[in-house]
Design a binder for this molecule. Structure first.
Ligand code: GLN
Length: 592
Protein backbone atom coordinates (compact mmCIF):
# COMPACT_ATOMS: atom_id res chain seq x y z
CA UNK A 1 0.00 0.00 0.00
CA UNK A 2 1.32 3.40 -0.98
CA UNK A 3 0.20 6.47 0.93
CA UNK A 4 0.07 10.07 -0.27
CA UNK A 5 -0.54 12.50 2.56
CA UNK A 6 -1.89 15.92 1.58
CA UNK A 7 -1.47 18.68 4.15
CA UNK A 8 -2.23 22.37 3.90
CA UNK A 9 -0.56 25.56 5.01
CA UNK A 10 -1.16 29.31 5.20
CA UNK A 11 -4.93 29.33 4.75
CA UNK A 12 -7.74 26.84 4.59
CA UNK A 13 -10.13 26.89 1.66
CA UNK A 14 -7.50 27.28 -1.05
CA UNK A 15 -8.29 24.03 -2.84
CA UNK A 16 -6.45 21.33 -0.92
CA UNK A 17 -9.41 18.98 -1.42
CA UNK A 18 -9.43 19.53 -5.17
CA UNK A 19 -5.66 19.01 -5.42
CA UNK A 20 -5.94 15.82 -3.36
CA UNK A 21 -8.84 14.46 -5.41
CA UNK A 22 -7.12 15.44 -8.65
CA UNK A 23 -4.06 13.48 -7.56
CA UNK A 24 -6.29 10.52 -6.72
CA UNK A 25 -7.94 10.82 -10.11
CA UNK A 26 -4.62 10.81 -12.02
CA UNK A 27 -3.49 7.73 -10.10
CA UNK A 28 -6.74 6.02 -11.04
CA UNK A 29 -6.34 7.05 -14.68
CA UNK A 30 -2.97 5.29 -14.65
CA UNK A 31 -4.79 2.08 -13.89
CA UNK A 32 -4.05 2.02 -10.18
CA UNK A 33 -6.69 1.24 -7.59
CA UNK A 34 -7.17 4.25 -5.39
CA UNK A 35 -8.96 5.02 -2.16
CA UNK A 36 -8.95 8.09 0.02
CA UNK A 37 -9.31 9.14 3.61
CA UNK A 38 -10.29 12.60 4.79
CA UNK A 39 -9.21 13.58 8.28
CA UNK A 40 -11.23 16.32 9.96
CA UNK A 41 -9.58 17.39 13.20
CA UNK A 42 -12.80 18.61 14.86
CA UNK A 43 -14.31 16.95 17.92
CA UNK A 44 -17.68 16.16 16.37
CA UNK A 45 -18.02 12.46 15.65
CA UNK A 46 -19.21 13.32 12.14
CA UNK A 47 -20.52 16.22 10.10
CA UNK A 48 -24.15 15.17 10.69
CA UNK A 49 -24.70 17.59 13.53
CA UNK A 50 -22.91 20.52 11.95
CA UNK A 51 -24.70 23.51 10.47
CA UNK A 52 -24.41 23.90 6.73
CA UNK A 53 -23.96 27.62 7.47
CA UNK A 54 -20.72 26.94 9.23
CA UNK A 55 -19.45 23.82 7.58
CA UNK A 56 -21.02 23.55 4.15
CA UNK A 57 -22.97 20.59 2.88
CA UNK A 58 -23.22 17.34 4.83
CA UNK A 59 -22.32 14.69 2.27
CA UNK A 60 -24.18 11.40 2.65
CA UNK A 61 -22.47 8.11 1.78
CA UNK A 62 -24.02 4.81 0.68
CA UNK A 63 -23.65 3.34 4.16
CA UNK A 64 -25.40 6.35 5.71
CA UNK A 65 -22.20 8.04 6.88
CA UNK A 66 -22.63 11.81 7.16
CA UNK A 67 -19.35 13.25 6.04
CA UNK A 68 -17.43 16.32 5.07
CA UNK A 69 -18.15 17.67 1.60
CA UNK A 70 -14.64 16.77 0.48
CA UNK A 71 -15.74 13.13 0.36
CA UNK A 72 -18.12 14.25 -2.38
CA UNK A 73 -15.19 15.61 -4.36
CA UNK A 74 -13.39 12.27 -4.03
CA UNK A 75 -16.46 10.31 -5.08
CA UNK A 76 -16.99 12.55 -8.11
CA UNK A 77 -13.34 12.61 -9.16
CA UNK A 78 -12.73 8.91 -8.48
CA UNK A 79 -16.21 7.68 -9.40
CA UNK A 80 -16.06 5.57 -6.24
CA UNK A 81 -18.32 4.96 -3.25
CA UNK A 82 -16.60 5.67 0.02
CA UNK A 83 -17.65 4.46 3.46
CA UNK A 84 -18.17 6.32 6.72
CA UNK A 85 -14.77 5.11 7.95
CA UNK A 86 -13.09 6.98 5.11
CA UNK A 87 -13.79 10.12 7.14
CA UNK A 88 -11.78 10.28 10.37
CA UNK A 89 -12.50 12.90 13.02
CA UNK A 90 -10.89 13.64 16.37
CA UNK A 91 -14.26 12.73 17.88
CA UNK A 92 -14.21 9.23 16.36
CA UNK A 93 -10.63 8.53 17.47
CA UNK A 94 -11.11 9.75 21.05
CA UNK A 95 -14.39 7.90 21.28
CA UNK A 96 -12.67 4.68 20.32
CA UNK A 97 -9.77 5.16 22.71
CA UNK A 98 -12.06 6.09 25.61
CA UNK A 99 -14.26 3.06 24.92
CA UNK A 100 -11.16 0.84 25.05
CA UNK A 101 -10.06 2.49 28.28
CA UNK A 102 -13.48 1.81 29.88
CA UNK A 103 -13.24 -1.81 28.84
CA UNK A 104 -9.91 -1.98 30.63
CA UNK A 105 -7.98 -2.77 27.47
CA UNK A 106 -5.05 -0.58 28.47
CA UNK A 107 -4.32 -2.81 31.46
CA UNK A 108 -3.89 -0.05 33.98
CA UNK A 109 -1.53 2.09 31.93
CA UNK A 110 -1.92 5.87 31.64
CA UNK A 111 -3.76 6.59 28.40
CA UNK A 112 -2.10 9.43 26.47
CA UNK A 113 -2.20 11.29 23.16
CA UNK A 114 1.19 9.82 22.36
CA UNK A 115 1.21 6.84 21.95
CA UNK A 116 -2.45 5.83 22.33
CA UNK A 117 -4.30 8.41 20.22
CA UNK A 118 -1.54 8.48 17.61
CA UNK A 119 -1.50 4.68 17.47
CA UNK A 120 -5.29 4.55 16.96
CA UNK A 121 -5.04 7.08 14.10
CA UNK A 122 -2.40 4.99 12.35
CA UNK A 123 -4.26 1.71 12.71
CA UNK A 124 -7.47 3.35 11.48
CA UNK A 125 -5.68 4.69 8.39
CA UNK A 126 -4.04 1.32 7.67
CA UNK A 127 -7.26 -0.62 8.16
CA UNK A 128 -9.43 1.64 6.00
CA UNK A 129 -6.81 2.05 3.26
CA UNK A 130 -7.12 -1.66 2.51
CA UNK A 131 -10.89 -1.57 1.91
CA UNK A 132 -11.77 -1.34 -1.80
CA UNK A 133 -14.10 1.51 -2.82
CA UNK A 134 -14.42 0.90 -6.55
CA UNK A 135 -16.95 -1.90 -6.34
CA UNK A 136 -14.44 -4.69 -7.01
CA UNK A 137 -12.65 -7.11 -4.73
CA UNK A 138 -9.08 -6.76 -3.58
CA UNK A 139 -6.89 -4.16 -1.97
CA UNK A 140 -6.33 -0.69 -3.42
CA UNK A 141 -2.81 0.25 -4.50
CA UNK A 142 -2.77 3.84 -3.30
CA UNK A 143 -4.47 5.71 -0.48
CA UNK A 144 -4.67 9.49 -0.51
CA UNK A 145 -4.95 10.90 3.01
CA UNK A 146 -6.09 14.49 3.23
CA UNK A 147 -5.56 16.25 6.53
CA UNK A 148 -8.14 19.02 7.00
CA UNK A 149 -7.25 22.44 8.36
CA UNK A 150 -3.80 23.97 8.24
CA UNK A 151 -0.55 22.77 9.75
CA UNK A 152 0.01 24.41 13.11
CA UNK A 153 -3.63 24.25 14.25
CA UNK A 154 -3.81 22.86 17.76
CA UNK A 155 -6.47 20.36 16.69
CA UNK A 156 -4.39 18.77 13.98
CA UNK A 157 -1.28 18.18 16.11
CA UNK A 158 -2.08 14.55 17.10
CA UNK A 159 -2.69 13.75 13.42
CA UNK A 160 0.55 15.38 12.32
CA UNK A 161 2.41 13.44 15.00
CA UNK A 162 0.63 10.23 13.97
CA UNK A 163 1.67 10.80 10.35
CA UNK A 164 5.24 11.54 11.42
CA UNK A 165 5.34 8.12 13.06
CA UNK A 166 3.45 6.56 10.17
CA UNK A 167 6.17 7.33 7.60
CA UNK A 168 8.46 5.00 9.55
CA UNK A 169 5.75 2.43 10.18
CA UNK A 170 5.06 1.97 6.47
CA UNK A 171 8.53 2.79 5.16
CA UNK A 172 9.79 5.87 3.34
CA UNK A 173 9.27 4.33 -0.11
CA UNK A 174 5.58 3.90 0.66
CA UNK A 175 4.85 7.38 1.97
CA UNK A 176 4.86 10.63 0.08
CA UNK A 177 3.89 14.07 1.35
CA UNK A 178 2.28 16.84 -0.65
CA UNK A 179 1.98 20.19 1.05
CA UNK A 180 -0.49 22.69 -0.39
CA UNK A 181 0.48 26.30 0.11
CA UNK A 182 -0.51 29.73 -1.11
CA UNK A 183 1.61 32.09 -3.18
CA UNK A 184 -0.10 35.47 -3.02
CA UNK A 185 0.40 37.85 -5.94
CA UNK A 186 0.64 41.48 -4.90
CA UNK A 187 1.23 44.93 -6.31
CA UNK A 188 0.67 46.29 -9.80
CA UNK A 189 3.49 44.25 -11.29
CA UNK A 190 2.07 41.10 -9.75
CA UNK A 191 4.91 40.01 -7.52
CA UNK A 192 4.66 36.39 -6.33
CA UNK A 193 5.39 36.19 -2.61
CA UNK A 194 7.01 33.08 -1.22
CA UNK A 195 7.33 33.96 2.49
CA UNK A 196 4.03 32.34 3.58
CA UNK A 197 5.14 29.09 1.89
CA UNK A 198 8.58 29.28 3.50
CA UNK A 199 6.97 29.71 6.89
CA UNK A 200 4.44 26.93 6.59
CA UNK A 201 7.06 24.47 5.32
CA UNK A 202 9.37 25.45 8.18
CA UNK A 203 6.55 24.73 10.61
CA UNK A 204 5.79 21.39 8.99
CA UNK A 205 9.46 20.38 9.07
CA UNK A 206 9.77 21.41 12.71
CA UNK A 207 7.05 18.84 13.38
CA UNK A 208 9.07 16.12 11.67
CA UNK A 209 7.41 16.02 8.26
CA UNK A 210 9.23 17.12 5.15
CA UNK A 211 7.25 17.65 1.95
CA UNK A 212 8.13 15.75 -1.22
CA UNK A 213 6.04 18.10 -3.29
CA UNK A 214 4.92 21.64 -2.64
CA UNK A 215 1.71 22.54 -4.43
CA UNK A 216 1.50 26.30 -4.80
CA UNK A 217 -1.97 27.72 -5.20
CA UNK A 218 -1.83 31.08 -6.86
CA UNK A 219 -3.94 33.31 -9.02
CA UNK A 220 -1.23 33.18 -11.69
CA UNK A 221 1.13 30.57 -13.14
CA UNK A 222 4.21 30.25 -10.99
CA UNK A 223 7.34 31.85 -12.42
CA UNK A 224 10.60 29.98 -12.54
CA UNK A 225 12.08 32.47 -10.08
CA UNK A 226 9.36 31.72 -7.57
CA UNK A 227 9.84 28.01 -8.08
CA UNK A 228 13.59 28.30 -7.49
CA UNK A 229 13.18 30.44 -4.43
CA UNK A 230 10.68 28.04 -2.85
CA UNK A 231 12.97 25.15 -3.68
CA UNK A 232 15.92 26.89 -2.05
CA UNK A 233 14.14 27.79 1.17
CA UNK A 234 11.97 24.73 1.53
CA UNK A 235 14.37 21.86 0.91
CA UNK A 236 12.68 20.37 -2.16
CA UNK A 237 13.95 20.01 -5.73
CA UNK A 238 12.76 22.85 -8.00
CA UNK A 239 10.77 20.47 -10.21
CA UNK A 240 8.89 19.30 -7.12
CA UNK A 241 7.47 22.80 -6.64
CA UNK A 242 4.24 22.61 -8.58
CA UNK A 243 2.17 25.62 -9.58
CA UNK A 244 -1.59 25.28 -9.29
CA UNK A 245 -2.92 28.54 -10.63
CA UNK A 246 -6.56 29.50 -11.14
CA UNK A 247 -7.99 27.69 -14.14
CA UNK A 248 -11.19 27.98 -16.15
CA UNK A 249 -12.77 24.97 -14.43
CA UNK A 250 -11.84 22.46 -11.74
CA UNK A 251 -11.55 19.57 -14.18
CA UNK A 252 -8.38 21.22 -15.49
CA UNK A 253 -6.52 20.70 -12.20
CA UNK A 254 -5.54 17.04 -12.85
CA UNK A 255 -4.26 18.08 -16.29
CA UNK A 256 -2.31 20.94 -14.79
CA UNK A 257 -0.67 18.54 -12.32
CA UNK A 258 0.16 16.09 -15.08
CA UNK A 259 1.65 18.84 -17.23
CA UNK A 260 4.14 19.68 -14.51
CA UNK A 261 5.28 16.11 -14.25
CA UNK A 262 3.63 15.48 -10.87
CA UNK A 263 2.69 12.01 -12.09
CA UNK A 264 6.27 10.95 -12.76
CA UNK A 265 7.51 12.47 -9.55
CA UNK A 266 4.99 10.41 -7.54
CA UNK A 267 5.59 7.23 -9.57
CA UNK A 268 9.33 7.47 -9.00
CA UNK A 269 9.05 8.50 -5.40
CA UNK A 270 6.69 5.64 -4.49
CA UNK A 271 8.05 3.12 -7.00
CA UNK A 272 4.62 2.62 -8.46
CA UNK A 273 3.93 0.50 -11.49
CA UNK A 274 1.22 2.18 -13.54
CA UNK A 275 -0.95 -0.03 -15.72
CA UNK A 276 -0.97 2.37 -18.65
CA UNK A 277 1.61 2.95 -21.30
CA UNK A 278 3.66 5.84 -20.09
CA UNK A 279 5.87 5.47 -23.14
CA UNK A 280 4.08 8.24 -24.94
CA UNK A 281 5.04 10.51 -22.14
CA UNK A 282 8.71 9.51 -22.29
CA UNK A 283 9.33 9.47 -26.02
CA UNK A 284 7.07 12.41 -26.68
CA UNK A 285 9.33 14.20 -24.20
CA UNK A 286 7.26 17.24 -24.76
CA UNK A 287 9.02 18.87 -21.86
CA UNK A 288 9.53 22.42 -22.88
CA UNK A 289 9.11 25.88 -21.60
CA UNK A 290 5.65 27.24 -21.35
CA UNK A 291 5.93 30.89 -22.27
CA UNK A 292 3.43 32.15 -19.77
CA UNK A 293 4.43 29.98 -16.87
CA UNK A 294 8.18 29.80 -17.42
CA UNK A 295 7.92 26.37 -15.90
CA UNK A 296 8.77 23.05 -17.41
CA UNK A 297 5.51 21.68 -18.63
CA UNK A 298 4.42 18.73 -20.64
CA UNK A 299 2.00 20.16 -23.18
CA UNK A 300 0.60 16.95 -24.58
CA UNK A 301 -2.06 15.06 -22.69
CA UNK A 302 -1.63 11.26 -22.80
CA UNK A 303 -4.39 8.94 -24.00
CA UNK A 304 -5.15 7.80 -20.46
CA UNK A 305 -6.22 11.30 -19.52
CA UNK A 306 -8.26 11.82 -22.70
CA UNK A 307 -11.67 11.34 -21.13
CA UNK A 308 -10.82 13.77 -18.36
CA UNK A 309 -9.53 16.31 -20.87
CA UNK A 310 -12.80 15.91 -22.76
CA UNK A 311 -14.72 16.81 -19.59
CA UNK A 312 -12.56 19.88 -19.01
CA UNK A 313 -12.95 20.98 -22.64
CA UNK A 314 -16.71 20.38 -22.62
CA UNK A 315 -17.03 22.50 -19.50
CA UNK A 316 -15.25 25.39 -21.21
CA UNK A 317 -17.26 25.13 -24.38
CA UNK A 318 -20.78 24.68 -23.04
CA UNK A 319 -23.27 26.24 -25.36
CA UNK A 320 -24.65 29.54 -24.20
CA UNK A 321 -26.50 30.46 -27.36
CA UNK A 322 -29.84 32.02 -26.60
CA UNK A 323 -28.65 32.67 -23.05
CA UNK A 324 -28.22 30.28 -20.17
CA UNK A 325 -30.90 28.19 -18.52
CA UNK A 326 -31.74 30.02 -15.29
CA UNK A 327 -32.49 27.82 -12.32
CA UNK A 328 -33.99 29.50 -9.27
CA UNK A 329 -32.64 27.74 -6.19
CA UNK A 330 -35.00 28.41 -3.32
CA UNK A 331 -33.34 27.51 -0.05
CA UNK A 332 -32.32 28.79 3.31
CA UNK A 333 -28.55 28.69 3.23
CA UNK A 334 -28.32 30.55 -0.04
CA UNK A 335 -25.63 32.93 1.22
CA UNK A 336 -23.18 30.06 1.29
CA UNK A 337 -23.01 28.04 -1.89
CA UNK A 338 -20.90 25.34 -0.20
CA UNK A 339 -24.09 24.33 1.61
CA UNK A 340 -25.46 22.98 -1.66
CA UNK A 341 -22.22 21.88 -3.31
CA UNK A 342 -23.46 18.55 -4.67
CA UNK A 343 -26.66 20.11 -6.02
CA UNK A 344 -24.59 22.71 -7.86
CA UNK A 345 -22.30 19.98 -9.20
CA UNK A 346 -25.29 17.90 -10.33
CA UNK A 347 -26.66 20.84 -12.31
CA UNK A 348 -23.20 21.26 -13.81
CA UNK A 349 -23.11 17.58 -14.82
CA UNK A 350 -26.57 17.83 -16.42
CA UNK A 351 -25.52 21.00 -18.15
CA UNK A 352 -22.45 19.25 -19.63
CA UNK A 353 -24.51 16.33 -20.88
CA UNK A 354 -27.12 18.57 -22.50
CA UNK A 355 -24.54 21.07 -23.70
CA UNK A 356 -26.36 24.07 -22.36
CA UNK A 357 -25.06 26.52 -19.83
CA UNK A 358 -27.02 26.84 -16.59
CA UNK A 359 -26.83 29.59 -14.03
CA UNK A 360 -28.28 29.53 -10.56
CA UNK A 361 -30.33 32.41 -9.17
CA UNK A 362 -30.13 32.10 -5.42
CA UNK A 363 -33.33 32.91 -3.63
CA UNK A 364 -33.68 33.11 0.13
CA UNK A 365 -36.99 31.30 0.63
CA UNK A 366 -38.25 33.65 3.35
CA UNK A 367 -37.90 36.62 0.98
CA UNK A 368 -40.77 35.18 -1.06
CA UNK A 369 -43.14 35.40 1.92
CA UNK A 370 -45.49 38.38 2.16
CA UNK A 371 -45.25 40.92 4.97
CA UNK A 372 -46.86 39.58 8.13
CA UNK A 373 -48.04 41.61 11.05
CA UNK A 374 -45.43 41.53 13.74
CA UNK A 375 -42.63 40.68 11.29
CA UNK A 376 -40.16 43.50 11.63
CA UNK A 377 -37.42 42.49 9.22
CA UNK A 378 -39.60 42.39 6.11
CA UNK A 379 -37.94 44.13 3.17
CA UNK A 380 -40.17 44.87 0.21
CA UNK A 381 -37.09 45.38 -1.91
CA UNK A 382 -35.83 41.85 -1.21
CA UNK A 383 -39.35 40.47 -1.61
CA UNK A 384 -39.81 42.08 -5.04
CA UNK A 385 -36.36 40.97 -6.18
CA UNK A 386 -37.00 37.37 -5.10
CA UNK A 387 -40.30 37.25 -7.02
CA UNK A 388 -38.71 38.83 -10.07
CA UNK A 389 -36.12 36.04 -10.06
CA UNK A 390 -38.79 33.34 -9.73
CA UNK A 391 -40.84 34.83 -12.56
CA UNK A 392 -37.87 35.20 -14.87
CA UNK A 393 -36.23 31.86 -14.21
CA UNK A 394 -36.64 28.82 -16.46
CA UNK A 395 -36.89 26.26 -13.70
CA UNK A 396 -37.28 26.08 -9.94
CA UNK A 397 -35.27 23.84 -7.62
CA UNK A 398 -36.10 23.48 -3.93
CA UNK A 399 -33.28 21.52 -2.27
CA UNK A 400 -33.24 19.70 1.07
CA UNK A 401 -33.36 21.47 4.40
CA UNK A 402 -34.38 21.33 8.04
CA UNK A 403 -36.46 23.61 10.27
CA UNK A 404 -39.36 25.84 9.37
CA UNK A 405 -37.68 29.08 8.34
CA UNK A 406 -38.61 29.89 4.77
CA UNK A 407 -41.05 26.99 4.42
CA UNK A 408 -43.97 29.19 3.39
CA UNK A 409 -41.71 30.82 0.78
CA UNK A 410 -40.80 27.41 -0.63
CA UNK A 411 -44.49 26.47 -0.76
CA UNK A 412 -45.19 29.69 -2.71
CA UNK A 413 -42.37 28.83 -5.14
CA UNK A 414 -43.74 25.30 -5.64
CA UNK A 415 -47.21 26.79 -6.20
CA UNK A 416 -45.90 29.28 -8.77
CA UNK A 417 -44.05 26.56 -10.67
CA UNK A 418 -47.07 24.23 -10.61
CA UNK A 419 -49.65 26.69 -11.90
CA UNK A 420 -47.35 28.34 -14.42
CA UNK A 421 -46.01 25.11 -15.91
CA UNK A 422 -42.49 26.03 -14.87
CA UNK A 423 -40.16 23.00 -14.53
CA UNK A 424 -39.79 22.11 -10.86
CA UNK A 425 -37.53 19.72 -8.99
CA UNK A 426 -38.05 19.29 -5.27
CA UNK A 427 -35.43 17.37 -3.33
CA UNK A 428 -36.32 15.88 0.06
CA UNK A 429 -37.79 18.94 1.80
CA UNK A 430 -38.50 20.21 -1.73
CA UNK A 431 -40.71 17.19 -2.37
CA UNK A 432 -42.43 17.60 1.00
CA UNK A 433 -43.31 21.25 0.28
CA UNK A 434 -44.67 20.26 -3.16
CA UNK A 435 -46.98 17.78 -1.43
CA UNK A 436 -48.06 20.35 1.18
CA UNK A 437 -48.75 22.92 -1.53
CA UNK A 438 -50.83 20.47 -3.55
CA UNK A 439 -52.74 19.33 -0.47
CA UNK A 440 -53.61 22.92 0.45
CA UNK A 441 -54.43 24.34 -2.95
CA UNK A 442 -55.72 21.42 -5.00
CA UNK A 443 -57.10 18.94 -2.49
CA UNK A 444 -58.37 21.82 -0.36
CA UNK A 445 -56.83 20.95 3.01
CA UNK A 446 -55.95 24.52 3.92
CA UNK A 447 -54.26 23.51 7.16
CA UNK A 448 -51.95 21.01 5.47
CA UNK A 449 -48.40 21.05 6.80
CA UNK A 450 -45.53 18.88 7.98
CA UNK A 451 -45.34 17.51 11.50
CA UNK A 452 -41.78 18.85 11.57
CA UNK A 453 -43.08 22.41 11.91
CA UNK A 454 -45.89 21.69 14.36
CA UNK A 455 -48.16 24.32 12.84
CA UNK A 456 -50.67 22.45 10.72
CA UNK A 457 -54.15 21.14 11.34
CA UNK A 458 -53.55 18.31 8.88
CA UNK A 459 -50.14 16.75 8.73
CA UNK A 460 -49.56 15.48 5.23
CA UNK A 461 -45.90 14.92 6.09
CA UNK A 462 -45.25 12.95 9.27
CA UNK A 463 -42.46 11.59 11.45
CA UNK A 464 -42.00 8.00 10.38
CA UNK A 465 -38.62 6.69 11.56
CA UNK A 466 -37.42 3.30 10.42
CA UNK A 467 -36.54 2.51 14.03
CA UNK A 468 -38.65 3.15 17.12
CA UNK A 469 -40.49 6.47 17.42
CA UNK A 470 -39.65 6.86 21.06
CA UNK A 471 -36.00 5.91 20.79
CA UNK A 472 -33.97 9.11 21.07
CA UNK A 473 -31.28 9.74 18.48
CA UNK A 474 -30.55 7.75 15.36
CA UNK A 475 -34.00 8.44 13.94
CA UNK A 476 -32.77 9.80 10.66
CA UNK A 477 -33.28 7.64 7.59
CA UNK A 478 -29.77 7.67 6.20
CA UNK A 479 -27.94 6.18 3.25
CA UNK A 480 -28.75 4.12 0.23
CA UNK A 481 -32.26 2.64 -0.18
CA UNK A 482 -34.21 1.21 -3.09
CA UNK A 483 -37.07 3.05 -4.76
CA UNK A 484 -39.50 0.75 -6.56
CA UNK A 485 -41.40 2.20 -9.49
CA UNK A 486 -45.12 1.42 -9.38
CA UNK A 487 -45.79 3.48 -12.49
CA UNK A 488 -43.50 3.77 -15.49
CA UNK A 489 -45.71 5.94 -17.62
CA UNK A 490 -44.06 9.07 -16.30
CA UNK A 491 -41.12 11.31 -17.12
CA UNK A 492 -38.99 10.34 -14.14
CA UNK A 493 -39.13 6.60 -14.95
CA UNK A 494 -37.97 7.35 -18.49
CA UNK A 495 -35.17 9.53 -17.20
CA UNK A 496 -33.98 6.68 -14.98
CA UNK A 497 -34.37 4.27 -17.86
CA UNK A 498 -36.86 2.20 -15.84
CA UNK A 499 -39.23 0.32 -18.13
CA UNK A 500 -41.00 -2.17 -15.90
CA UNK A 501 -43.23 -1.68 -12.90
CA UNK A 502 -41.38 -3.17 -9.93
CA UNK A 503 -37.93 -2.14 -11.15
CA UNK A 504 -35.80 -0.28 -8.66
CA UNK A 505 -33.27 2.52 -8.48
CA UNK A 506 -30.94 3.13 -5.58
CA UNK A 507 -30.42 6.60 -4.15
CA UNK A 508 -29.20 8.08 -0.87
CA UNK A 509 -31.41 9.48 1.86
CA UNK A 510 -31.17 11.87 4.79
CA UNK A 511 -34.50 12.70 6.36
CA UNK A 512 -36.84 12.04 9.28
CA UNK A 513 -40.21 12.86 7.81
CA UNK A 514 -42.28 11.17 5.10
CA UNK A 515 -45.47 11.81 3.18
CA UNK A 516 -48.30 10.56 5.39
CA UNK A 517 -49.43 7.20 3.91
CA UNK A 518 -52.99 7.97 5.02
CA UNK A 519 -53.34 10.90 2.62
CA UNK A 520 -51.71 9.60 -0.51
CA UNK A 521 -54.83 8.14 -2.15
CA UNK A 522 -56.66 11.43 -2.10
CA UNK A 523 -53.64 13.39 -3.32
CA UNK A 524 -52.92 10.84 -6.04
CA UNK A 525 -56.55 10.95 -7.22
CA UNK A 526 -56.25 14.70 -7.76
CA UNK A 527 -53.21 14.29 -10.01
CA UNK A 528 -50.02 14.39 -7.96
CA UNK A 529 -48.87 10.82 -8.51
CA UNK A 530 -46.73 8.78 -6.17
CA UNK A 531 -44.81 6.86 -8.82
CA UNK A 532 -42.00 5.49 -6.69
CA UNK A 533 -42.14 3.97 -3.21
CA UNK A 534 -39.75 2.19 -0.88
CA UNK A 535 -39.56 -1.60 -0.67
CA UNK A 536 -42.24 -1.71 2.04
CA UNK A 537 -44.63 0.32 -0.09
CA UNK A 538 -45.39 2.78 2.74
CA UNK A 539 -42.75 5.42 2.17
CA UNK A 540 -43.25 7.74 -0.78
CA UNK A 541 -40.07 8.25 -2.75
CA UNK A 542 -41.10 10.08 -5.94
CA UNK A 543 -44.04 12.32 -6.87
CA UNK A 544 -44.81 13.58 -10.32
CA UNK A 545 -47.48 15.82 -11.77
CA UNK A 546 -48.07 14.39 -15.19
CA UNK A 547 -50.07 17.34 -16.52
CA UNK A 548 -47.02 19.53 -16.42
CA UNK A 549 -43.83 19.85 -18.47
CA UNK A 550 -41.75 18.71 -15.48
CA UNK A 551 -42.92 18.71 -11.89
CA UNK A 552 -41.02 16.12 -9.88
CA UNK A 553 -40.30 15.66 -6.20
CA UNK A 554 -37.92 13.09 -4.78
CA UNK A 555 -37.61 12.12 -1.12
CA UNK A 556 -34.01 11.04 -1.69
CA UNK A 557 -30.98 13.16 -2.53
CA UNK A 558 -30.02 12.33 -6.11
CA UNK A 559 -27.20 14.90 -5.98
CA UNK A 560 -24.93 12.58 -4.01
CA UNK A 561 -24.64 10.06 -6.82
CA UNK A 562 -24.28 12.43 -9.75
CA UNK A 563 -20.96 12.12 -11.59
CA UNK A 564 -19.41 14.25 -14.36
CA UNK A 565 -20.02 11.54 -16.94
CA UNK A 566 -23.15 10.09 -15.32
CA UNK A 567 -25.39 13.04 -14.45
CA UNK A 568 -28.25 12.34 -12.10
CA UNK A 569 -31.54 11.74 -14.00
CA UNK A 570 -33.83 14.12 -12.04
CA UNK A 571 -31.41 17.00 -12.76
CA UNK A 572 -31.13 16.08 -16.42
CA UNK A 573 -34.95 16.10 -16.55
CA UNK A 574 -35.14 19.55 -15.01
CA UNK A 575 -32.57 21.14 -17.30
CA UNK A 576 -33.94 19.36 -20.39
CA UNK A 577 -37.47 20.61 -19.65
CA UNK A 578 -36.14 24.17 -19.35
CA UNK A 579 -34.26 23.83 -22.66
CA UNK A 580 -37.37 22.45 -24.39
CA UNK A 581 -39.54 25.29 -23.12
CA UNK A 582 -36.97 27.87 -24.25
CA UNK A 583 -36.81 26.27 -27.71
CA UNK A 584 -40.60 26.31 -27.96
CA UNK A 585 -40.73 29.95 -26.94
CA UNK A 586 -38.14 31.02 -29.50
CA UNK A 587 -39.89 29.13 -32.30
CA UNK A 588 -43.35 30.51 -31.47
CA UNK A 589 -43.87 33.64 -33.58
CA UNK A 590 -44.85 36.56 -31.37
CA UNK A 591 -48.23 38.16 -32.22
CA UNK A 592 -47.99 41.61 -33.75
N1 GLN B 1 -36.49 18.15 7.21
C1 GLN B 1 -37.01 17.15 6.36
C2 GLN B 1 -36.98 15.77 6.99
O1 GLN B 1 -36.31 15.55 7.97
C3 GLN B 1 -36.26 17.12 5.04
C4 GLN B 1 -34.84 16.68 5.20
C5 GLN B 1 -34.02 17.02 3.99
O2 GLN B 1 -34.42 17.80 3.13
N2 GLN B 1 -32.83 16.48 3.92
O3 GLN B 1 -37.64 14.88 6.54
Amino acid sequence: MKYILVTGGVLSGIGKGIIASSTAMIMKAMGLRVTSIKIDPYLNIDAGTMSPFEHGEVFVLNDGGEADLDLGNYERFLDASLNRDNNITTGKIYNLVIEKERKGLFLGRTVQVVPHITEEIQSWVERVAHVPVDGTEGTPDVCIIELGGTVGDIESMPFIEAMRQFQFRVGAENFCLMHVSLVPVIGVVGEQKTKPTQQTVRELRSLGLSPDLIMCRSSQPLTQDTQKKISLFCHVAPENVIGVHDVSNLYRVPLLLYQQNTTNIIINRLKLTPKVDLHQQETGSAMHKDQSAHLLVNQSIPYWLDSWKAIADTMDRINNEGGPVRIAMVGKYTGLTDSYLSVIKSLEHASMKLNRKTVIDWIEASDLEPAKSGLTDFSSEKHDRAWELIKNCNGVLVPGGFGDRGIEGMILAANYARINNKPYLGICLGMQVAVIEFARNVVGWTGANSEEFGKGTKNVVVFMPEVSKTHMGGTMRLGSRDTIFNDVDCKIAKLYGVQKVGDAVEERHRHRYEVNPEVIDEIDKKGLHFVGKDTTNVRMEIVELKEHDYYVGVQFHPEFKSRPLRPSPPFVGLVQACIDQLAKKSSTPTKQ
